[in-house]
Write a protein that binds this ligand. Structure first.
Ligand SMILES: [Zn+2]
Length: 272
């Protein structure tokens, strides 16, 4: 069987070695995992998750009276925090999730994407997605790369026409750097092709599949001693969430064309 996320991680490591603009990335601090998603449904092929953002500024939810504008009640003070993810001795800063089998089955590549790679096979769309997600990692500060508007001010968007053009340039740069074709071989197959060639597809997932580490809310204790609006305070009824993850929380799981059949396989996650 082919471990798809391991192949993606190896390819991404090779891309970071060969594409100068991505050379700042330490792939030991990037975890690649899989989520389930059907090929015939709308949804992302891949997503870049930042788990190294500092806690947010303290805040609270509040409710106002519509006519007077006065606060009628507010919640306790809280902060939003990133989960801590460690694999072996490495602190993970970013996680990139790939949706299987959807990512493998990018056969019906959008016309826009195809136009970016005229005359190239459809699997180039997958390489485009991989570089796209890596390019989301900000080289300057923890977080997702900020896009600048034409006037140099930060944009609220995370994509711009320039972003897509940069990705095409980096994909081309990688392919012309004479990479080992064996590193790209797995991208040539769709999900059925992978199953036929390798006997099945496995990938790293979290034990809590389909959930995975996300930012969470923590009530400040003690509550800040600031003169506040004189209104009732409601306690936050927060679900108990896991906030620290290690390699012991990762399992290799087999993926199927029918996403309802994703069962865990015996086997621990192997840190690369
Ligand atoms: Zn994106």
């Amino acid at each position: 069987m082919i471990n798809y996320t391991e192949h993606l991680w190896q390819l991404m490591s090779d891309i970071c070695l060969r594409v100068p603009r991505l050379s700042f990335l330490d792939m030991n601090r990037v975890l690649v995992f899989a989520r389930a998603g059907r090929a015939d449904r709308e949804g992302p092929y891949a997503t870049c998750h930042c788990v190294c953002l500092p806690p947010s500024e303290p805040g609270y939810y509040f409710w106002r009276d519509q006519t007077t504008g006065m606060l009628t009640r507010r919640s306790e003070w809280f902060v939003t925090k990133s989960p801590v993810v460690r694999v072996g001795s490495a602190q993970i800063d970013y996680m990139i999730s790939f949706t299987l089998p959807r990512f493998c089955d990018q056969r019906r590549v959008s016309a826009r994407k195809r136009a970016r790679y005229p005359g190239h096979p459809d699997w180039m769309g997958k390489l485009d997605t991989i570089v796209h997600e890596l390019y989301h990692i900000d080289p300057e500060q923890p977080g997702i790369r900020r896009i600048e508007r034409a006037d140099g001010l930060p944009s609220s968007k995370s994509h711009s026409p320039g972003f897509f053009e940069d990705v095409v340039q980096m994909v081309t740069q990688y392919l012309t750097s004479n990479p080992d074709p064996a590193k790209l071989e797995f991208l040539r197959h769709d999900f059925a092709g992978l199953t036929a060639t390798y006997g099945g597809v496995t990938a790293t997932t979290f034990k809590s599949y389909p959930s995975y580490p996300r930012r969470y809310i923590e009530v400040l204790a003690p509550q800040p001693d600031v003169p506040s609006h004189d209104c009732p305070i409601e306690s936050l009824d927060l679900p108990r969430v896991k906030t620290h993850f290690t390699e012991l929380d990762l399992v290799t799981r087999r993926f199927w064309a029918d996403t309802r059949r994703t069962l865990p396989r015996k086997g621990k996650f192997r840190a690369a």
